[in-house]
Structures are given as C-alpha cells and as structure tokens.
Ligand binder design. Structure first.
Ligand code: KG4
Ligand code: ZN
Length: 345
C-alpha cells in the first residue's frame, strides 16, 4: 500500500457545495466550500429548489478548485467519494451525478458516504488516538442524532429528535429575535450579552429516559416570551436589546442543558468512554465549555470536531478511505437516500 493515493470527496447535501482531495493517510490536501447561505437568508431557511440550482452552478468550479489547490490531476485520483444520504434530494443528486460521471470516465471506484457519519468522523481527523468505540453526537441544522459507533464502518442510531433539530431551533429563534440566517452564530453572539437565568424556558425531555430530543415546544415558548401568548391579555414587556439578549441567553442555556444531559445519558447506557461531537451546533462555545466540564467531572474522553470541520464540508469525507479498505463501493445504479435510513439497523 502506498501513501500517495488520493481520492476526491464531494458534498452537496444541503446548502454548501464542497469538494476535498484527501490522501490515503488522511491528510487533507485541499478543502473547498462554497456556501449558499446568502441565497437562503431572505427566506430564513434553505429553499430546496434554490439549493439544487445553486449546486448545479457551483459543483464543477468547486471540484476544479479543489483539484488545483491539491496540485492533483483527475487521472491521479484513486476513487471518488460522495455524500448520498441524508439531505435534500435535488441537492444530493447533483453531487452524486458529478461523482458517477467522474468515477465512470476515470474508471475508478465510487464510494457512497453518509453525511452524518462523516460529521462524527471529523473528530477522528484531529487525533492520533482512534475515537472508536464511542458515542457519536451530531448536532446540526437537520439532525440531533446520537450513535453507538463501533468503528468507522459500524454506526447504530441510538436516538434523534422527534421534531426540530437543535440547529433548526437556533435558526427559528434567530428569526423571532430578528437576527440573520443561519441563526446559530447570531443567537450565540447575542446570548453572550444576556442573562442565561433570566427566563426559565422548558428543558424538553430532560428527565425522560428515552434518548430523544424535542425542540419545537421550546421555540414556541421563546415566541410567546417575545410576543405574548395569543389571546392572552397579559402585558408583554417591551422587546428591548437587553430583553432580546436575555431571551437568547436563556434559550441557549435550555438547549445546551438538554444536549449535555443526553450525551451523559448515552455514555452511561452504552458504557462507552469516549464522546465525539460534530455538526454545525458543535461550534457553539457554551456547548463546548459545558461538555468539556462534563467530561472532566464524569471522566470520559471528549473529542469535538474543529470549527471548520463542524459545519458542512467535504474534508470529513476522509472517512471514505475506511470504506475503501472495507470494499464498500457503489455501482453506477447508486441512488440518494434523502431520509435517515440507518435507524436501528
Ligand atoms: O452541520 P451544518 O453546517 O449543516 C447541516 O448539516 O445542517 O449545521 C448548520 C447549523 C445551522 O442550524 C446553524 O444555525 C448551526 O448549525 N450553528 C450553530 C452555531 N454555528 C452554526 N448553532 C449554535 N451555535 C453556533 N455557534
Ligand atoms: Zn451537516
């Protein structure tokens, strides 16, 4: 086995078009991410049709740039990896079609990737000591998923959200507080100026034995706090800058309390000694601090993906080399799976 083999990984599952060239030893030679956030901002969320059209425009320039930055030619690649699940169907199809065309024309293997598993694998990329076996936690705009991870090819879903994902709740609360999209960073910034104890927002399912999340009621509680309960004559305090900051801080504290507790619960249940956290919400400073504190208190190893590997990217497609070694290749009849199909399998 030589260490000079490289593969191209492609990501287009949601609103980022990304490509990366990754060497067999895991070194990322290039990682290009073209965000479409500004296209979706006025809608306050990702519009699927707008996203897939934007992927179509960007996919080839993004691949070209990744190849250039890695100083590689297409003929030097040994495989093409592509995120095929979960995500927006039209968006996933753009990446898959590009990947199939490259794989077929270059005569090299095609490797289908699960985007959520790649988010967890991002933690493996920053450490010399393998993260497996571990609890993998992906907190993003679309998912709040806990996994039992035995290896880079064995992930079992333990629990997820029954309604909104954590990042989705941040994005919706940002709209309520008149903050820009994506809402997570903006809510976190405003929260740093507020009092997290100002409002006692509900901590959904905090004491529930199930490894499940629910954030849609919390979002409604934030709306009622900001604008009053419909039909109620109770006066609502003016939404001053300080009150907005207090609402943001109290909301963030409620979400983080639940996320940390469910991580601790799954570690206890599984008996794993390592927790790996990825996905956009893992950029949140309060969550990072609280998990660091929890790992010290409870004596487990914590690995959090670095900031640039938390939000969507193709470099986390480095997991493809593990699948390559396990002969997990796709054919040209490979299709996308927009929904999460791994639950309980
Ligand atoms: O993983 P990601 O880039 O895309 C998905 O796969 O969904 O995650 C994006 C999500 C958005 O909902 C965004 O608001 C949230 O991550 N996010 C944050 C922070 N940075 C990004 N949420 C809370 N605090 C942050 N600092
Ligand atoms: Zn993601």
């Amino acid at each position: 086995m030589t260490l000079s083999r490289t593969l191209l990984a492609i990501e287009s599952s949601c609103d980022e078009t990304a490509a990366a060239v990754i060497r067999e030893d895991g070194k990322v030679l290039s990682s290009v991410v073209a965000s479409q956030a500004y296209l979706h901002e006025k809608f306050g969320g990702v519009v699927p049709e707008v996203a897939s059209r934007a992927h179509l425009e960007r996919i080839l320039p993004v691949i070209d740039q990744a190849m250039k930055e890695a100083q590689q030619t297409l003929s030097e690649l040994s495989a093409i990896a592509v995120m095929t699940e979960p995500g927006l169907v039209g968006s996933l199809l753009v990446g898959l079609t590009a990947a199939k065309a490259l794989s077929w024309s270059l005569g090299i293997p095609l490797i289908p990737l699960n985007h959520i598993e790649a988010h967890i694998y991002a933690c493996e990329m920053q450490t010399d000591q393998s993260i497996f076996p571990c609890i993998g936690f992906v907190v993003s705009g679309g998912h709040s998923n806990l996994y039992d991870c035995q290896s880079a090819t064995e992930f079992r879903l333990l629990g997820s959200t029954i309604d909104d994902a954590a990042g989705e709740a941040f994005d919706k609360v940002a709209r309520i507080l008149n903050l820009p999209y994506p809402g997570g960073p903006a809510v976190a910034e405003l929260a740093s100026k507020g009092d997290p104890k100002a409002i006692a927002f509900p901590r959904p399912l905090l004491h529930d034995k199930r490894l499940a999340f629910s954030f849609s009621g919390l979002k409604t509680a934030v709306m009622y706090e900001a604008f009053g309960v419909p039909g109620s004559h109770k006066p609502v305090p003016e939404l001053t800058d300080q009150r907005r900051a207090d609402i943001a801080a109290s909301f963030q504290a409620a979400v983080v309390d639940v996320l940390v507790k469910k991580c601790e619960q799954s570690l206890k249940l599984s008996k794993h000694k390592t927790l790996c956290v990825g996905g956009g919400v893992a950029c949140n400073s309060m969550l990072r601090e609280r998990l660091a504190h929890s790992s010290q208190q409870q004596g487990y190893r914590l690995e959090m993906a670095p900031g640039d590997l938390c939000t969507d990217n193709a470099a986390m497609g480095a997991i493809a080399w593990q699948l390559f070694a396990a002969n997990r290749f796709g054919n040209l009849d490979l299709d996308v799976s927009p929904g999460l199909v791994r639950a309980g399998d």
